[in-house]
Each structure stands twice: as C-alpha cells, then as structure tokens.
Ligand binder design. Structure first.
Ligand code: SF4
Ligand code: SF4
Length: 468
C-alpha cells in the first residue's frame, strides 16, 4: 500500500510557487514598490476608491432635520440615520443589515471573485491613496527603489519627511472622519486641529490616525495577506464560473522576450514583467490563482497595454472563469451557490423589510407601584399607582393621549402628555375607582398611548388593578 501511495505521489508534478516574501529580488528588501498603472480597470478602481473616501469624509457634514444625518449618539444611546432613530432595542435591525451585507458580499464574490477587495475595500482605497502621495514626492517605482538604496542626504530626508508629514495629515483626517460619526463633525474637526478637544475624543482620533498611518503607509499588503480573514475563506465562495483575474497560460506560454512584429514560435507573453511590477501584493499572476490576489485589475491593464504595443489581441490576463476558458456558458440555475446565496439574501432582506415595517414609533413600558398594591382614598375610592415610560421614537415633538380600557370605570389622574423628539418620558399615573363599583380584588386592564394627531400610531400594554 505504502509503495503504491509513493508511486502515485511521484506521478503528481509539483511546481514550487514562490510567495511574495520569497521575491526580494523583485521587491527591494521585501518592500513592494508597485508601479502605478493606468487603464480601463484602474479608472474604475480609482473612481470608486475616490467616491468611497469622499463619502466617508463628507457624510458626517450632512444635516437632517436640524442634526447630523448619520450619528451614533453614544451618550444618549441613539443612532440617527437621516429620518430614522434607532435605540439599543432596535439593534436587531443593524444586525440584519450586517448579515444582509455579508450575504450580498458572498453573492457578488460568486460572480466576480474579490472585486470588493480590489475596488471598494477601505484598506485598498487608503493604500492606493498613500502610494499616490509616495509617487508624487519620491518619484516612479524605479526612482523609489534607488532612493531606498541611497545613503541619507538632505534631498532624501526632505522627500521622506514630506511624505510622512502628508501621510500623518491624511491619517489625522481619517481619524477625524471616523470619530465624526460619534461626535458631531462640525465640533470635532476644529477642536482636533486647534488641540482643544477633550481627552477621549482626541485619544480615539489619534488611535484611528495611528492605525491608518500604519495600515496604509507601512503594512499595506501585509494586512491583506496576514490579517484579513476574507482572503482566507474567499475561495469557499468561488465556483468554476467565478470571474477572477486569470492568466491564459495556453495562449501565453511558452513566454519569452522578442522584438515588436518579430515572427516567433513563442506564446503571447513577452515576459515584460509589468504584470508583476504593478501588482500591489507583489505576486505573479502567471503562477495561477493565489489568495494574495485582490482582483484590482492592475495587471490586466498593464498586460493589455503590452499586448497592444506588440500588436496582439488584449485579454492575455483578464477577468475570466475556468469555464469560460473552455468556452462554456452555463445557465445560472445550474450554479448551486448562486441559488443558495441568492435565496439566503432574499430571505434576509424580506425579514429586514418586515422588521422595519413593524417598528412602532412609540414604545410603552408600564411599571406598577411596588410599594403598595392599592390605597384607600378619603372619598371611598381605591387607588393604584403606575409609572408609564413612554418613548417618542420619531424625530418630531408629539402630543400623546392615554386611554384605559377594562371592566371598571377608571378615573385617570392625567390623560395627555407632550414628549420631545427622541425622548423618553416617565409619567407617574394614578387610577381611581369608587369602592362600591369594585366586585373583584384583581381586574385586568389595558393602557393605550395614542399619538394625538394620528391615533393610528398607538401602543398598548396590559396591567392589573388591585383592590381589597
Ligand atoms: S504583462 Fe503580459 S506580457 Fe508582460 S509579463 Fe505579464 S503576462 Fe507577460
Ligand atoms: S495579480 Fe493582478 S489583480 Fe491580482 S492583486 Fe496583483 S495586480 Fe491586482
């Protein structure tokens, strides 16, 4: 058996694929200096990255009904999202939102692989932003490699200093951008940049600024390779129809350099190495699908430009699937994962819709007086006391009416209340019934709170009236 196993393992050809860490010769001292690339996919990537950064920084400056439109007000335990307010008890909605987002990501991944990583992930957006600053101050890829190797000089120190200063500034803006979702943006920015912010606000801003500076400036692809769990389990969502960045080895091999228009027996890959030089994670896509690939498409654009220079058709590296390389286009219903993720996403979105639809704009909590079950009044009545906690969950001040229904003729100490937007009101309430009309020592009743101008908006809760 052992002999048989050894023979069969010897029959399997094994190819050693170097990891980015093994490629120190192509990436100076292990540091990846990737070449900036232009082209169709890079226009999409940089456009989406810019949109993401702009939205992230500008959204906290939008006001809605007199307050910041998106605001996690931790002090008052409320989350404002434009016209909606959420309290801790509504956080199931946020949980549904994150579950739906996860399944939407799985669904998109099934079709286009890791496009999230390449086009919308904040790590990618900020890394490319930092790399852009680096290129503007330190020059092209080759100039940066030379600068790394050169001894320290005034010119090198000024370039490095300028780069780190700009990185720190961007990091500070990012830290402010993040904390501005928790502390009003118009108050936070001036306070941070005039050093007058409180200790906690400053500490959180500096903490997130430091994380941004380290992640996008220093760690870059290391975050994707070693810290991001998504890169590890993404392949579980792929099937043979998933479009990923793929090198067409049949067409490209055997690779080799040549002159333009030179007749050759070689494959279409001219071995220009551009696909490796533009790769932000430092891999060679010609070695096949690798978990390091974030699907950013830089190598696709680089290779298409080389193909065009040599008069070859584009697409030697392209977004393609295993099946389309064999020329098959299967119907969607044959893809089990498509049906699975699609059904799960639909079910979650429906549940979330129902949850939103059934949310009450008022909440009511009736608490009976725990000191005494009842009290006898001087005018031959029996009195019970309650505490009504009524929350106005809308963003407008409202008047509410309180009604009681039950078997006895209850007299209310008050039946109207005014509650400010988003506030909870604690209303002590007394119910009195003439003793002559009580025939039971325990009667069920129902408290109902109605919006005065829109009685359809109401909430009710059962309670009990005790008598001797
Ligand atoms: S860019 Fe294209 S031609 Fe150049 S090495 Fe890569 S695959 Fe070959
Ligand atoms: S292999 Fe291509 S698509 Fe993948 S990360 Fe590198 S440049 Fe981007």
């Amino acid at each position: 058996m052992v002999q048989q196993a050894r023979q069969s393992s010897e029959a399997i050809p094994v190819t050693f694929i170097p990891s980015p860490q093994d490629k120190k010769s192509s990436h100076q001292g292990g540091k990846i200096h990737f070449r900036s690339q232009r082209g169709y996919f890079q226009r999409w990537r940089s456009g989406l990255n810019a949109l993401l950064i702009a939205l992230f920084l500008l959204l906290p400056f939008i006001d809605w009904q007199g307050r910041q439109a998106i605001w996690f007000d931790l002090a008052n335990q409320q989350f404002y999202f434009f016209g909606a307010s959420l309290w801790p008890q509504d956080f199931t909605l946020l949980a549904w939102f994150f579950i739906a987002a996860a399944f939407a990501l799985f669904f998109v991944t099934l079709f286009w692989g890791r496009v999230w990583c390449g086009y919308l992930c904040p790590q990618t957006a900020w890394t490319f932003g930092f790399a852009w600053v680096e290129e503007k101050l330190e020059g092209s890829r080759n100039q940066r490699i030379k600068l790394d190797a050169s001894p320290m000089s005034l010119s090198k120190a000024s370039k490095r200093g300028g780069k780190h200063l700009l990185w720190i500034l961007i990091s500070l803006l990012t830290g402010c951008g993040f904390i501005a979702y928790f502390v009003p943006a118009k108050q936070l920015y001036p306070e941070i940049f005039t050093f007058s912010a409180g200790f906690l606000d400053s500490a959180w801003v500096y903490f997130f600024a430091l994380c941004t500076y380290l992640n996008a400036g220093w760690m870059r692809e290391q975050m994707c390779l070693h810290c991001c769990p998504y890169s590890r389990f993404q392949s579980a969502m792929f099937d043979s129809f998933t479009k990923t960045v793929t090198y067409d080895a049949q067409r490209g091999e055997s690779r080799g350099p040549r002159k333009r228009k030179q007749a050759t027996e070689l494959g279409d890959c001219v071995d220009c190495n551009l696909c490796v030089e533009v790769c932000p994670t430092g891999i060679d896509i010609r070695n096949g699908l690798q978990y390091e690939c974030i699907n950013c498409g830089a190598c696709v654009d680089a290779c298409d430009q080389t193909m065009s220079k040599f008069g070859y058709r584009p697409g030697l590296i392209s977004y393609t699937s295993e099946e389309s390389l064999t020329g098959q286009t299967p119907p969607l219903w044959q893809r089990k994962r498509f049906i699975g993720y699609g059904a799960a996403l639909l079910a979650i979105l429906c549940t979330m819709g129902l949850d939103i639809y059934s949310r009450d704009p008022i909440t009511l909590n009736v608490i009976r007086d725990r000191q005494s079950l009842y009290r006898e009044t001087l005018d031959d009545g029996i009195e019970n006391s309650y505490l009504l906690k009524i929350r106005n969950k809308t963003q407008q001040d409202k008047h509410y009416r309180i009604e009681i229904s039950g078997a006895l003729p209850y007299k209310l100490s008050t039946n109207r209340v005014h509650i400010a937007a988003g506030e909870q009101y604690e209303l002590p309430l007394t119910l009195t019934v003439p003793v002559a009309q009580i025939d039971n020592n325990r009667s069920n009743l129902l408290f109902k709170v109605l919006e005065a101008d829109a009685p359809d908006n109401s909430v009710s809760q059962k309670s009990v009236f005790f008598a001797p």
